[in-house]
Design a protein around this ligand. Structure first.
Ligand code: GLN
Length: 499
């Protein structure tokens, strides 16, 4: 997270309280870096025009009252499917053009109440459907490690923002891997919490039973603080659990790698895994064992149905969730339709991109009378078997280690012609959503092409604190170099800011 001001959230809070910098200075620095890099990288879809103003107000209040939270003044970027009142939300879709949010998502308002400064909204695959950010109606984001490669998806903009030093923290959403896979592709830490940990209110729904909001951060303790700040029961989302967020602090403190039982599903380290990723994971396994952890062979026999189950359930829910975009309530409406039916049809035809249409068609089919029993209900049954496999495995291990992605970041266009090969990007991540489990991706160095590799940790329900502590130790083994495109390489970048 190299920047001229601070190296972590805790360091930021100290620097702010010692008046080493002002919040306005920090805000202006990150905005100017974004201004410099966004034309080529396409990380942000919009910049928050009120950011500097808010920073000034926070500075003024700081002078009077001091700061109650480490987040007071901290810069953050939001995936553009998270609502913030008065700010456009596009979901990278033409169908939401012109839509300005009338509410703020609970996760974001919990951060705002602690004083964060929202810098802008980041690019994504349209409605979070994709693994490369190529499905954005506003063009793809580039990978800071190699701008000819994709940043992963669907939260590609949020991952690239942290990787390129445009924000120390960003939020994404993860339905089948959309935080973890781009985190791996961009060499940053990304966390998908336990289902129900963080409210989904104000997150534009893709597949409501799988979606979770989570952070991208430079360090495990920053991600931990962000999770704690956003978590907890919310009357606006009845699937949120009534759990004390501070349990994550406690788990983070007590977890030791020494003595940890690491479950290894050997079947997931075999065929289809890129050899350079297998090598990095091999090294990691040796380092963990060297630190006193013990490998436990486990098996997740139903995981091989994960992709099939996911694409039935997620498309079914999406077909229903996306019915609200009808040209009446939100954003875009087709011009001069002949009648009401034509207005719906033309709005949706012109407003949605190809992948979104493909999903709506698949989901409508899977839910249609006559096929529901054969597809949707069967998928729900296999989903419970997938979850049962995990819970059984966790009787003998504390967490499970897999690769995050089967391949390194791929080139633009490499998979867009073949949806199935794109869908396979999420083989390792999808099952954690289906089972509702917390999981994260942590960088484990770069491959021979200089592209980042991620390790994927999955834990039992509510074990985020433990996972993050292990990620924190792993990060010590792998100091990451700066990517090719980074704010720190900008001309005029000096200690103390851009000149
Ligand atoms: N890549 C998966 C998909 O296309 C997962 C997306 C997500 O997690 N939002 O659906």
């Amino acid at each position: 997270m190299k920047n001229p001001f601070f190296s972590s959230l805790a360091d930021f809070a100290q620097g702010r309280d010692e008046r080493r910098f002002t919040i306005e200075e920090v805000t202006r620095y990150f905005l100017s870096c974004t201004e410099a890099l966004n034309p080529s990288m396409n990380v942000c879809l919009s910049i928050n025009s009120n950011a500097v103003n808010r920073a000034r107000q926070l500075d003024a209040r700081l002078a009077r009252n001091g700061a109650e939270s480490p987040f007071y003044g901290y810069p953050v970027m939001l995936k553009d499917n998270l609502e913030m009142e008065g700010v456009p939300t596009t979901c990278a879709s033409k169908i939401l053009s012109g839509y300005v949010s009338r509410r703020t998502s609970t996760a974001v308002s919990r951060l705002l109440s602690r004083g964060v400064v929202v810098l802008g909204k980041t690019n994504l695959d349209e409605f979070a459907m994709g693994s490369s950010t190529e499905n954005s109606a506003f063009g793809p984001t580039r990978n800071p490690w190699n701008p000819a490669r994709v940043p992963g998806g669907s939260s590609g903009g949020s991952a690239a923002a942290v990787a390129a030093g445009l924000a120390p923290l960003s939020l994404g959403s993860d339905t089948g891997g959309s935080i973890r896979q781009p985190a791996a592709f961009c060499g940053v830490l990304g966390v998908k919490p336990t289902y129900g940990r963080i409210s989904r209110a104000g997150l534009v729904a893709f597949s409501s039973s799988l979606d979770q909001i989570g952070p991208f951060a430079g360090t495990a303790s920053d991600a931990l603080e962000a999770l704690v700040a956003m978590s907890g029961k919310d009357p606006l989302d009845m699937t949120t659990a009534d759990r004390d967020p501070s349990e994550m602090h406690a788990d983070f403190r007590v977890t030791e790698v020494d003595g940890l039982r690491v479950g290894i599903p050997e079947e997931l380290f075999g065929e289809g895994l890129d050899p350079s990723i297998r090598d990095r994971l091999r090294e990691l396994r040796d380092s963990l064992s060297g630190s006193g952890s013990r490998e436990v062979p486990i098996t997740l026999p139903h995981s091989r149905y994960g992709i099939n189950v996911y694409y039935l359930l997620a498309t079914s829910e999406a077909s229903s969730n996306l019915s609200r975009f009808d040209g009446v309530r939100y954003g875009f409406r087709a011009k001069n339709p002949a009648d009401l039916r034509a207005m719906y049809e033309e709005t949706r035809d012109q407003g949605f991109g190809d992948e979104v249409k493909r999903r709506i068609l698949l989901g409508t089919f899977a839910l249609s009378a006559g096929y529901q029993e054969a597809f949707y209900r069967k998928a729900r049954k296999v989903q419970s078997l997938i979850r049962r496999d995990f819970l059984q495995a966790f009787e003998g291990c504390d967490l499970i280690l897999t690769p995050t992605s089967p391949t390194p970041p791929f080139a633009f266009g490499e998979k867009t012609g073949d949806p199935l090969s794109m869908y396979l990007s999420d083989v390792y991540t999808i099952t954690a959503n289906l089972a509702g489990l917390p999981a994260l991706s942590v960088p484990v160095g770069v491959d021979f092409q200089g592209l980042p590799v991620g390790a994927h940790l999955i834990g039992p329900p509510w074990s985020e604190g433990r996972l993050l502590k292990v990620a924190d130790r792993i990060a010590e083994f792998y100091p990451m170099p700066l990517p090719e495109v980074h704010a720190g390489h900008l001309p005029g970048h000096r200690d103390g800011g851009l000149r």
